[in-house]
Write a protein that binds this ligand. Structure first.
Ligand code: ACO
Length: 434
């Protein structure tokens, strides 16, 4: 392959088979070879399992430089947003491209607040689940079912319906998540309180009960808000790509978000924060850390250090730094600094960061490493960790879904394959099979 002026020529050695492909530049980041005419002109596909070298779309929402540990939303660094902004503003930014004015923020807050309650009949839907169901199983089911409850906002060709569906999902997700938790406990569902902000309202629906007042701890509310900001969007990750792929067929937005939730559940993605806690509990004591580090390095052992490594970040995940700080703030406030799991986590972090294997493979703690510890300190059961991730990521999924619908180049997603199965052969009747 040779680079020309804005094009790349791909030639098959020993043949005259060649094609000139345009090279596209974004505002920042690596250039991209447009291979759309590759198959038509040359009769070959590209092979890229895991899409590690493939740009699946054009986007203006989020930029990541994994080598440098940079994450920008609409150009703003995540550290600044986490420090100075709030989740409502970040949501507005992701959806609309700019930070809101005071009036726009107020309007946005009101628009979201108008949709925080769920259809009362949805409560009977919950009662069909077992009480011990994993809350992510409940989330996949209930969010998918929203299209049955809100059929008047499923026409993706109507911009008004798309807007209403977007507000509905951002507003209802905390309510649905808290209901999943309350149902597992057998406690009454708590209605949303629209005078509270997004994070406060969620904490109230999670932890208050009708029989006594509940005081929202401002340190925990701030931490919750920050966790939501840090998880709000992350470019074309597995669940976002799932939402886009589902949406590319014209599926309704509730179905697409349910697909995203299903993908997020996996332990290699959003399920990692739950897996971190399970791993720390399994390790148990600080003296067993070296044994587990050894296992993580052993090629013949499937064990991986949960909360370490990232497909894109080959440097410190910038969200992990903010999360680490928030973790200390929460533990200080709750007086839990001597919490054995945190001590264990810190020891694990230190040893892994000094270990040649982790240094060489550029494996750093990711955002999930710390979020699990904070969430546990705040009183969330580990089964709810991925649910919180889904609540936060909903706005990113919706922003990406909206961008895809508006993109004139959007087509149904349909990857090809390198086929390795049998070639054509004739059917053999069962009685004559050897
Ligand atoms: N522990 C031990 N070794 C690891 C780890 C880990 N956590 N992560 C990667 N490696 C090793 C791999 O075995 C591989 O070694 P090799 O080159 O000798 O074969 C090398 O590092 C590269 O790893 P890949 O699997 O190729 O990296 P990939 O980009 O495919 O995977 C992933 C990234 C899935 C996140 C991986 O690092 C992992 O499984 N981490 C643990 C789970 C986790 O924390 N996930 C959360 C991701 S962040 C998020 O979703 C918000």
């Amino acid at each position: 392959m040779s680079k020309g002026d804005g094009t790349v020529t791909l030639a098959e050695s020993g043949t005259k088979n060649a094609v000139e492909l345009p090279v596209m530049s974004g505002t920042v980041g690596p250039r991209v070879i447009d291979i759309q005419k590759l198959y038509g002109d040359m009769g070959v596909f590209t092979y890229d399992p895991g899409f590690a070298a493939t740009a699946s779309c054009q986007s203006r929402i989020t930029y990541i430089d994994g080598e440098e540990g940079v994450l920008l939303h609409r150009g703003y660094p995540i550290e600044q947003l986490a420090e100075e902004s709030d989740f409502t503003e970040v949501s507005y930014l992701l959806l609309n491209g700019e930070l809101p004015t005071a009036a726009e923020k107020m309007q946005f807050q009101n628009d979201v607040a108008r949709h925080t309650m769920v259809h009362e009949q949805l409560t009977t839907f919950y009662r069909g689940f077992r009480r011990d169901a994993h809350p992510m199983a409940v989330m996949v089911g209930v969010v998918g079912a929203l299209s049955a409850f809100y059929h008047d906002s499923t026409d993706i060709n109507d911009p008004h319906q798309r807007t209403v569906a977007s507000f509905r999902m951002i507003a209802k997700m905390p309510t649905i998540a808290a209901m999943a938790y309350k149902y597992s406990l057998g406690q009454p569902f708590i209605y949303p309180q629209n005078h509270l902000n997004y994070a406060e309202n969620f904490l109230n629906m999670m932890f208050s009960v009708p029989c006594e007042p509940y005081r929202i701890n401002p340190v925990l509310a701030k931490a919750m808000d920050r966790i939501f900001i840090l998880h709000a969007d992350h470019e074309q990750n597995a669940s976002t790509s799932t939402v886009r792929l589902a949406g590319s067929s014209g599926a309704n937005p509730f179905a697409c978000i349910a697909a995203g939730i299903a993908c997020l559940w996996g332990p290699a993605h959003g399920g990692a924060n739950e897996a971190v806690l399970k791993m720390l509990e399994e390790i148990g004591t600080v003296d067993r850390v070296p044994e587990y580090i050894k296992r993580a390095k052993d090629k013949n052992d499937p064990f991986r250090l949960m909360g370490f490594g990232h497909r894109v970040y080959k440097n410190y995940d910038p969200r992990a730094k903010v999360m680490q700080r928030t973790c200390h703030e929460v533990l200080d406030d709750l007086g839990l600094h001597d919490e054995p799991l945190l001590k264990l986590a810190m020891k694990l972090e230190r040893i892994a960061l000094e270990d040649e294997y982790f240094i060489e493979k550029k494996l750093y703690p990711n955002v999930d490493f710390y979020s699990g510890i904070i969430l546990r300190a705040m009183g969330f059961p580990s089964s709810m960790f991925t649910v919180l991730f889904a609540v936060a990521r909903t706005v990113g999924w919706i922003a990406q879904w909206n961008e895809m619908i508006a993109d004139p180049q959007q087509r149904i997603g349909r990857p090809r394959q390198l086929y390795l199965g049998p070639t054509r052969r004739d059917y053999v009747p069962i009685g004559t099979r050897g």
